[in-house]
Ligand binder design. Structure first.
Ligand code: G6Q
Length: 550
């Protein structure tokens, strides 16, 4: 990337701008009717995933220009720098090495002269021993009962991945164990997660990279009191709490023996950490073998991303298509619709992965960008979404490119459902692309007055991602697919996909306001007049009855 000009100064960017002018009004109907081999060419396969990207508003020339853009933006160099452990997260001066979390034993990746792969495997081995002990019942609670409930306490990157993965892999999980996830500082979250659990049979995993996050610390303190009160003393903590963190001091201060701490490193970003020790709950659920299979899926996609040419490289294609729709077509959002109830939390997971990574307004030089960066990511499982918001995608005024994700074999064993589910996925992709014309409707005998309302313009782009079955391995490939898609977008947009300074401001302000809410006497408020009034009203109204703070 030319630091002086950024992406908009690249020849490929200019060429894509000119090309956009040529293709923007071409309908997918025309692209398909002129070219019966289009789906063969505009598809790719890797790491157990099949991507049909033919229903996008692109031609062979677009794909060629994507390749040129990737080359001129330096995608291969940045990718290799990431895999080598260089500090590509420049604003935090950190390496970005989630790929090291799935590097095979015996390989080497150096950060500051130190090989991190043996450390990764040392933690994986400790996690495996612990997960096996919980699953077998040999890890006992303080009163001698075996553990039947596992509650992960963590938020953001220390929550979304574990919860998503647990739900995705339930058919592979030990069904005799109950898993819960507490993230929100709203006390209701803790209450609802624990109301039916026996403390004597419950293990808490306090997951926090920093071990300072306000929400997690508050929930962990509540959990500690819940266990200590029920089981009669601090000694119970050792058998009912483990920690996943980079902060050994903080963990010790909380009362958890660092022997029961599973570490990770500052080169693992929170939203890229579900395959680190942050995945301890996943490993307890599916076992060390299942977790290993998931890591193999991640690794297979890493290899694919490193080696496949752009036109056949799934993450690079998804990333470049996102750039195409965001920066050229001006699409503001992108949908992700998994046709799998087990992937219900996958859109939420991807929201953080993509929006925290690429929701950036300055480039690597700190200059305001002149193009749109990461879109708003949203979605729900199909077929549920079809009966609510799909209407807007079909007939609304906005362009919403969507990824539809499906599987050839079901992950639930109820007969007769899966063909129905997949018929809907294929039908949606078809309907979005080709729509229904006024002529079609007239030929069907629809009354003329009704025709304008029933027309579906089509030309709505989709990617269809298919895998054989939602297994641990597939999940690893799927997550790595999106990790590297996000990376590709960030390289082209010339932004730091690995910091999250925007999240910090709210945290700092909340710390100030909590003191003002807790102050016994009316504090002098020095916010803006709106915030002052809201705080004052809350203080007055929170006490029952007379509206006065006690
Ligand atoms: C992720 C973010 C953020 C982080 C949470 C939890 O990339 O940095 O979502 O994961 O704020 O942080 P801790 O793990 O430090 O509690």
């Amino acid at each position: 990337m030319d630091a002086a000009t950024g992406p908009t100064g690249l020849g490929a960017w200019h060429a894509l701008e000119a090309h956009y002018g040529q293709v923007k009004d071409i309908h997918l109907r025309a692209l398909f009717s002129d070219d019966p081999m289009r789906a063969d060419r505009l598809s790719a396969e890797g790491a157990g995933l099949y991507l049909d990207y033919s229903k996008n508003r692109i031609t062979d020339e677009t794909v060629r220009l994507f390749g040129r853009l990737a080359e001129e933006a330096g995608l291969a160099e940045r990718r290799d720098a990431m895999f080598r452990g260089e500090k590509i997260n420049t604003t935090e001066d950190r390496a970005v090495l989630h790929v090291a979390l799935r590097a095979p034993k015996g390989t080497s990746i150096h950060v500051d002269g130190r090989d991190v792969v043996p450390e990764v495997h040392e933690v994986l081995d400790r996690m495996s021993a612990f997960a096996a002990a919980v699953r077998s019942g040999s890890w006992l609670g303080h009163t001698g009962k075996r553990i039947r409930n596992v509650v992960n306490i963590g938020i953001g990157g220390s929550y979304l991945g574990p919860e998503m993965a647990y739900r995705a892999l339930r058919p592979f999980s030990d069904r005799s164990l109950t898993f819960r996830f507490v993230a929100n500082v709203d006390g209701a979250a803790f209450t609802e997660a624990t109301v039916d659990l026996d403390p004597a049979e419950t293990l808490f995993i306090v997951s926090s990279k920093t071990f300072t996050t306000q929400e997690t610390m508050a929930n962990a303190a509540t959990a500690r009191a819940w266990v200590v009160d029920a089981l009669g003393g601090d000694a119970a903590v050792a058998r009912h709490f483990v920690a996943v963190s980079t902060n050994a001091e903080g963990v010790r201060g909380f009362g958890i023996d660092p022997v029961n701490m599973f570490g990770f490193w500052d080169w693992v970003g929170g939203r890229y950490s579900m395959d680190s020790a942050i995945g301890l709950s996943t490993m307890i659920a599916v076992g060390p073998g299942g977790f290993g299979d998931m890591l193999a899926g991640f690794r297979a996609m890493d290899e694919h991303f490193r080696t496949a040419p752009v036109a056949k490289n799934l993450p690079a294609l998804l990333g470049l298509l996102t750039v195409w729709y965001s920066s050229f077509f001006g699409a503001q959002t992108a949908g992700v619709m998994p046709y799998s109830a087990h992937l219900a939390r996958f859109p939420a997971y991807l929201q953080q992965l993509q929006m925290e990574s690429n929701g950036k307004h300055v480039d690597l030089q700190g200059r305001r960008v002149t193009y749109d960066t990461g879109p708003v990511i949203w979605g729900e499982p199909g077929t549920d979404g079809q009966h609510s918001f799909y209407q807007l995608i079909h007939q609304g005024t906005r362009l919403v490119p969507c990824d539809l994700i499906g599987f050839s074999r079901p992950s639930g064993a109820v007969p007769g459902h899966h063909d129905l589910l997949m018929a809907n996925l294929f039908a949606q992709a078809e309907a979005l692309a080709f729509g229904k014309t006024a002529e079609d409707l007239a030929a069907e005998g629809v009354a003329e007055a009704q025709i304008p309302f029933r027309v579906s313009e089509g030309n709505r782009p989709t990617n269809v991602i298919l895998a054989d079955e939602l297994t641990p391995r597939t999940l690893g490939s799927l997550v790595a697919l999106y990790e590297h898609s996000v990376f590709t977008q960030g390289v082209v947009w010339d932004i730091d996909s690995f910091d999250q300074w925007g999240v910090e401001l709210g945290k700092v302000l909340a710390t100030r306001i909590i003191r003002e809410l807790e102050a016994p006497a009316e504090p002098a408020l020095e916010h803006d007049c709106s915030t002052n009034a809201l705080i004052a009203r809350y203080r007055r109204r929170r006490a029952d009855g007379d509206g006065m703070v006690s």
